[in-house]
Design a protein around this ligand. Structure first.
Ligand code: SAM
Length: 221
């Protein structure tokens, strides 16, 4: 069973990881502070906790991963999270990224496609005092029932920018999404200036697990 203990060794490793992220170019102090606060090892299977402060993605079961810390820091920085922002996360996974958004004062809505991961995270996060709104479903279609959102963050690699996500974004809102083929995606940030005027910025390339579902990849592709 997972023991929720945050020892001085964990804290020390976390500080080293934060310094690594700084050296890799992450400058948003609010993002770094949230990542220094939230114990990443709590989100790991007990057999893997010794790896929790490496700057790497790791398996969380069901063929899925907890994103690399650098990726979490990069995406969260692009999202420019402000206290009170209503943020939709697509791909809850372990719940770590959602936890970072929560610690930064966002009102988090998070949707997960995989039923087992969804059930696990829904039970687990309240034990850490992290409460956000969890949904099970196809996030490639967004989450219409609670739209609009100030920010939308996609944590799986998409073949295209799903139209529903732009539609569910507030005017002035931001969508951060990796788009490309199954192996490699370009990080995009789209700003909804008006209903029809969307500013698109392109950043580094990353390698995410695929976004599945209607506007994503088929599981067999
Ligand atoms: N944000 C997660 C975390 O902090 O652990 C990491 C996400 S993992 C890289 C990508 C997640 O997206 C997986 O849990 C996967 O099941 C989920 N996913 C894939 N397609 C999805 C979809 N259409 N809707 C919602 N979640 C999806």
């Amino acid at each position: 069973m997972l023991k929720l203990e945050d020892s001085y060794i964990h804290k020390g490793k976390r500080r080293v990881l934060i310094e690594t992220l700084r050296k890799k170019g992450i400058t948003d102090e609010r993002v770094l502070a949230a990542m220094n606060t939230l114990p990443r090892h709590f989100f790991f299977d007990s057999a893997l906790t010794s790896h929790a402060y490496e700057d790497k993605a790791f398996p969380i079961g069901e063929g899925q991963t907890i994103s690399q810390p650098y990726t979490v820091a990069f995406q969260t920085s692009l999202l420019n999270v402000q206290t009170g922002d209503k943020v939709l996360e697509i791909g809850t996974g372990s719940g770590y990224q959602g936890g970072i958004l929560h610690l930064m004062g966002a009102k988090v809505y998070s949707i997960e496609y995989n039923a087992k991961l969804y059930e696990h995270t829904k039970k687990f996060l309240p034990k850490l005092g992290i409460r956000f709104k969890h949904f099970h479903g196809d996030g490639s279609l967004g989450l219409e029932a609670h739209a609009p959102y100030d920010k939308i963050l996609v944590t799986a690699g998409a073949p295209v920018v799903p139209k529903a996500l732009l539609h569910q974004l507030q005017i002035g809102g931001l969508l951060v999404i990796p788009v490309g083929n199954r192996d490699n995606q370009q990080m995009l940030r789209l700003t909804k200036k008006t209903e029809k005027n969307i500013l698109q910025e392109s950043f580094d390339s990353f390698s995410f697990v695929p976004l599945l579902g209607n506007e994503g990849w088929n599981a067999s592709q």
